[in-house]
Design a protein around this ligand. Structure first.
Ligand SMILES: Cc1ncc(COP(=O)(O)O)c(C=O)c1O
Ligand SMILES: N[C@@H](CCCC[NH3+])C(=O)O
Length: 433
């Protein structure tokens, strides 16, 4: 029984994805290998888009948070599926540009955009800049005015919501580096300043309360807090806020212990809270934006590794070492993230062994998963780690000068390289003698 609905086993008992034997993919492209199921990626885009259209009657936009997994191929898919795009850096913006992503549907986020990044956004006609702080507002206002432009902006607000998730991925509470606080008047001051600036047009407010959240209640609460503020600055300052961007953060199932809410249910409940609160406050219902990242890319990906050694330490544990690790998936090292791991060539067999899957980096914390149940494995076996489509490739590094793996897209029994494997030459390309 598999967690991800897109995975299966074939007559050989091997794990398949996108109609392809995972061992064949490992053989053809080598390991470690990121494999993305294009159909599931598109299905996830459509599911969000379908729900937002259903509950907001065309007054909503799903923007894919590209930080979850960014490359030209995925930007193209997001564009084809009619989504917007959330970018947070010159690199993500450049990728979107090179993929031909429509710039008017791009939202530029980040708590410390550099002047170079702001110029890049202004010059390329980015639709919306989500301004994080007063310094950025002043810098952008000056730059836009000097360039003879009026840039549409949103403000990132800290709604003061404490969503229950890992400490490092919570962002909506007052003690966060992201956004403007409501409690101390900071957000109101920013609105006042923006309204007086000729270079910017304040069109929206944004919040993002964290990531891998299962409950719907914190999202409902955030929407209410944001609407109350919209009403307040509307009546007190004359701000006309058209867009409410509620961010991303929807949890996914990594293992059978995870029970995320359905995204359609999220959309239904939050939209009805929005309608009720707007009626109560006597304000127009804003255009609603959401920014799912993990929930679009995460379930669509798996990572394949080859086992190099199996080390039984009597009475302690068994280490199964693979040819990747924290360089391609730092999430266990960072958050003790849970994953489902299986032997791809024995996927139909019961998981009878308890092992620790370790990476090859010079770091004791370089683990993919501790004390996980898998089938008996030996050197040369291929392991599959499930639900690695988000925050794996995008958080990969070259620690120990390990080249990043390739990303292969699979669809209808066909595969194609979306990001080629880094070579040793790639690692040296910026080195000078
Ligand atoms: C501003 C913003 N929007 C969207 C996202 C995407 O979040 P997730 O991948 O949890 O949906 C993030 C990351 O947490 C974010 O910081
Ligand atoms: N990178 C994190 C989540 C942070 C999301 C971006 N704000 C993860 O892997 O879960």
């Amino acid at each position: 029984m598999y967690i991800a609905k897109n995975l299966n086993t074939n007559e050989l008992g091997h794990l398949t994805i996108g109609g392809i034997d995972s061992l064949q993919l490992a053989e053809q492209y080598g390991t470690p290998l990121y494999v993305m199921d294009e159909d599931l990626l598109r299905e996830n885009c459509r599911a969000f888009k379908g729900s937002i259209d259903k509950y907001y009657g065309g007054r909503g936009l799903v923007t894919y948070a590209s930080k979850a997994f960014c490359c030209k191929a995925v930007c193209k898919i997001a564009a084809q599926e009619g989504l917007g795009l959330d970018v947070v850096s010159a690199g993500e913006l450049y990728t979107a540009l090179q993929a031909g992503f429509p710039m008017q549907r791009v939202f530029f986020h980040g708590n410390n955009k550099t002047p170079v990044e702001l110029r890049q956004a202004l010059e390329n006609g980015v639709g919306y800049i989500v301004v994080d702080n007063l310094d950025e507002l002043r810098l952008l206002g000056t730059m836009a005015q000097a360039a003879g432009k009026v840039q549409d902006i949103l403000f990132r607000i800290k709604p003061g919501i404490d969503a229950h998730t890992h400490d490092f991925i919570r962002t909506g509470q007052i003690d966060s580096k992201f956004g403007l606080a409501l409690e101390n008047g900071e957000a109101e001051e920013a609105v006042r300043e923006a309204l007086a600036m000729p270079g910017v047009r304040l069109v929206g407010l944004h919040c993002h309360i964290g990531s891998q959240i299962f409950d719907i209640a914190p999202f409902e609460l955030a929407a209410q807090v944001m609407l109350d503020f919209i009403a307040k600055i509307g009546s007190e300052l004359g701000a006309e806020i058209e867009i409410l961007d509620l961010g991303g953060g929807f949890g996914i199932q990594y293992t059978s212990a995870d029970h995320p809410s359905s995204y359609d249910e999220y959309m239904r409940r939050v939209s009805s809270v929005i309608a009720a609160r707007c009626a109560q406050l006597g304000i127009d219902t804003p255009f609603v934006v959401i920014e799912p990242g993990r929930s679009i890319a995460g379930p669509a990906g798996i990572t394949l590794y080859t086992v190099g050694s199996v080390k039984h330490i009597e009475g302690v544990r068994t280490y199964v070492s693979v040819d990747g690790g924290m360089t391609d998936n730092p999430r266990y090292a960072l958050y003790q993230a849970s994953y489902d791991v299986l032997a791809a060539g024995k996927a139909a067999q019961p998981r009878t062994e308890t092992v620790t899957v370790a990476g090859k980096c010079c770091e004791s914390g370089d683990l993919i998963q501790e004390n996980t149940q898998i089938q008996p494995v030996q050197p040369g076996d291929v392991l599959a780690v499930l639900a690695t489509g988000a925050y794996n490739y995008s958080m990969a590094s070259n620690y120990n000068r390990i080249p990043r793996p390739a990303v292969v897209f699979v669809k209808d029994g066909q595969s194609r390289v979306a990001v080629r494997r880094e070579s040793l030459e790639d690692l040296l390309q910026n080195d000078l003698d």
